[in-house]
Design a protein around this ligand. Structure first.
Ligand code: KG4
Ligand code: ZN
Length: 341
């Protein structure tokens, strides 16, 4: 089955084509960074407009790359939640018109589940697993029993991990998006004289699996105010260690507590070099099998959408032309446990 996956939830426009939930035939991504960087963040109306103007071109490129004709596509899938409402509406309207004109079924996909599914494309992840989903909008620790059963065990109480990177980058006078920029500066700093910042909620027993980034952000801000000639590399390194080590520590703590051996990492922050290094160390000890998608499957892309949609289509779980969009996750197979476990 050839599934087309459409992703327009934030500031990447992407179309992927995946065969049988596994084989990526095309995964065209247009990053809108150049349109948003001067504002140091995503401007929703600009994002929607760019999706609108480029999406058809991306479809043509994806078809060309996969050597398929539009009428060979068996199913149209699209992210309808969570995300920027105006952006989601562009992708969903496009998906509806394709479905209607080609007489092909329509499948809605939750963006968060699509991110986690990235571990089942080139990697062969296994259930049950502990999932760490870290992106610009989300920081979630989940326990996944199967493709359609997820329990959220921890989340951020304020900013998402990627959002913290983006905000700290702005404070430091660096560019957007902040994640890759801070990561590169931190990686290149080889000294030990980095600024020590503490990680949010690292020792709070009431929030054993939750995260908080606002304190860390304020600590960086205070440091910069007190030291206007600060060394960017020492601050970037200190921030990166504090921001990432709490993610790996809590993920491993949960895996140990639940005695679950498979761990899946997903989302844009999964591209972080220090996070990958720390998880690689853990996996070398061989007690846990840790899956992290290749870099291009960490950030938003259409292939992860098409991959997950294949399994919904196989169950006959289709949508109709009344499909709506949601800024926050609504319904579906994710349940939130109020007090952690
Ligand atoms: O998953 P994604 O593409 O979009 C959302 O669903 O949010 O994630 C984008 C986020 C941005 O906040 C960006 O700064 C962050 O991922 N990011 C990184 C790195 N690459 C992207 N954060 C830390 N280190 C990186 N190397
Ligand atoms: Zn995302």
């Amino acid at each position: 089955m050839f599934v087309l996956g459409i992703e327009t939830s934030c500031d990447e426009t992407s179309i992927g084509i995946v065969r049988d939930g596994k084989k990526i035939l095309a995964n065209i991504v247009l990053s809108q960074t150049e349109f948003h960087e001067k504002f140091h963040g995503v401007v929703p109306e600009i994002a929607s407009r760019v999706h609108l103007t480029v999406i058809n071109r991306l479809l043509e490129q994806a078809l060309k790359q996969s050597k398929l004709k539009l009428d060979q596509i068996d199913c149209i899938s699209v992210v309808n939640q969570p995300g920027l409402v105006g952006s989601l509406m562009v992708g969903v309207s496009f998906a509806k018109s394709l479905s209607l004109s080609l007489h092909k079924p329509l499948v809605s996909v939750n963006h968060l589940l699509a991110h986690l599914y990235a571990n089942f494309l080139k990697n062969k992840a296994k259930f049950p697993y502990i999932g760490l989903l870290v992106s610009g909008g989300h920081t979630l620790l989940v326990m996944a029993r199967n493709l359609f059963d997820y329990r959220v065990i921890g989340t951020t109480l304020d900013d998402a991990a990627g959002e913290a990177y983006d905000k700290v980058s702005k404070l430091m006078g660096l560019g957007y998006p902040g994640g890759p920029i801070i990561d590169q500066i931190a990686r290149n700093y080889k000294g030990q004289d980095y600024i020590r910042f503490s990680s949010g909620l690292s020792k709070d027993p009431h929030n054993r699996f939750n995260f908080s980034y606002s304190g860390l952000k304020t600590a960086v801000l205070n440091f910069i105010k007190k030291n206007p000639d600060f060394d960017k590399a020492r601050v970037a390194k200190g921030f990166q260690i504090a921001a990432i080590s709490v993610l790996t520590d809590k993920t491993m703590d949960l895996a140990k507590k639940m005695n679950i051996k498979n761990i899946c990492i997903a989302g844009g922050v999964a591209a972080n070099s220090y996070l990958r290094e720390l998880f690689l160390k853990e996996s070398k000890e061989k007690r846990y099998t840790i899956y992290i998608p290749e870099m291009d499957l960490c950030t938003d892309n259409g292939a992860m959408v098409a991959g997950f949609a294949y399994h919904k289509a196989k169950k006959g779980d289709f949508d109709n032309l009344e499909m709506d969009v949601y800024s926050r996750p609504k319904g579906g197979p994710i349940s939130y446990l109020k007090n952690g476990l």
